[in-house]
Design a protein around this ligand. Structure first.
Ligand SMILES: [Zn+2]
Length: 334
């Protein structure tokens, strides 16, 4: 935030050194959006490497800049290191290579805004044996691009991760659960992203139960936030709609293209914008409440946020939450 006084009287004077400094800064930022008026603020966004930068010129006079600052605190723009101690991790349980990009809107924001290390766990490497090694390489490239860490669950990933195995092949299932439980124990995630239990695809549903069964093996004092994701099957009760900026959406679509073989088979990455627009339609009612006023989002992702505590998943939000792109997502994980 650069301080100064609005109007032409002060242009180019020492009173506006703050404005001039941020103007210079914006020339160094990647993808600077330009300035737009927002209440008592002029604001713009850009990127510096992997960091998101919000630039502000308060339009109150200098001696009332505190008002502008309060506005920013209210929005959640508190230095993340104050809100979130360093070293927290988030784990993404991706049933297939590519799911980490598709559902990764909030994970990306968690990395950029809450400064958590996001680690993708490759549950499977797809069902086609001949493609498994290649799919892992594609996944490595996608994770490298987006900035996520990557953990393999085995040389070719886990096999037969589905409800049928859970019911009928308990030995095989227990081995898979143990691998996930060991990964959770080693990483002590603050947040776990994993599919909800009706995500249609049998491996997605399998991955849901894999995580729930692994959590039950964790020590009783283990706590974390559970973020359930959806793609193939819609959740009936999402409680979180997260706005995805056009810039972040671009990152996700680009990261998905590293799954070369998959997007050649089906260019589904091109449909991500349309899917995320439809999420705004659904989320404004399902998350915002029936008949609620729709937020001014263009793209969004829907999730169900709960907390794992005392050996079970607990609701802790009183009502649905809609998180705009200017709110720091750290606030979701107090
Ligand atoms: Zn999948």
């Amino acid at each position: 935030m650069g301080l100064g006084n609005p109007g032409s009287d002060y242009e180019g004077t020492r009173h506006n050194a703050g404005f001039m400094a941020v103007d210079l800064l914006t020339k160094k930022l990647g993808r600077f959006t330009g300035w737009r008026r927002d209440g008592v603020l002029l604001r713009g966004q850009g990127r510096a490497g992997r960091n998101r930068v919000e630039v502000i010129k308060p339009q109150t006079y200098m001696n009332r800049s505190g008002e502008a600052f309060r506005e920013l605190i209210r929005e959640g723009w508190i230095a993340p290191e104050i809100l979130v101690p360093k070293g927290y991790r988030a784990v993404v349980i991706a049933p297939h290579p590519d799911d980490e990009c598709i559902i990764g809107g909030l994970a990306l924001r968690v990395m950029l805004e809450a400064r958590m290390k996001v680690i993708n766990v490759a549950v499977t490497q797809g069902s086609k044996k001949e493609r498994q090694a290649e799919r892992f390489r594609e996944l490595q490239n996608a994770c490298k691009y987006i900035g996520f860490g990557l953990i393999a669950t085995g040389p070719n990933g886990l096999e037969k991760v589905n409800v049928k195995t859970r019911l009928q092949e308990q030995g095989q299932w227990s081995e898979c659960v143990k691998i996930i439980a060991d990964i959770l124990a080693a990483n002590q995630p603050r947040v776990i992203f994993f599919p909800h239990e009706h995500d249609w695809n049998s491996t997605h549903i399998g991955a849901h139960f894999l995580v729930m069964d692994a959590l039950k093996q964790m020590p009783a004092q283990f706590q974390c936030y559970l973020v359930e994701t959806e793609f193939w099957g819609q959740m009936t009760d999402p409680n979180l709609m997260v706005e995805i900026s056009a810039e972040d959406l671009t990152e996700l679509v680009t990261a998905t293209t590293f799954h070369v073989g998959e997007v050649q088979r089906n260019p589904y990455h091109l449909l991500m914008p349309a899917w995320m627009m439809d999420n705004v339609r659904r989320g404004s009612e399902l998350v915002g409440g029936q008949g609620g006023i729709a937020p001014d989002f263009t793209f969004a992702a829907l999730y169900r946020l709960r907390k794992w505590t005392q050996g079970r998943a607990e609701k802790f939000l009183d009502s649905g939450k809609q998180v705009s792109r200017v709110t720091n997502v750290s606030a979701l994980f107090p």
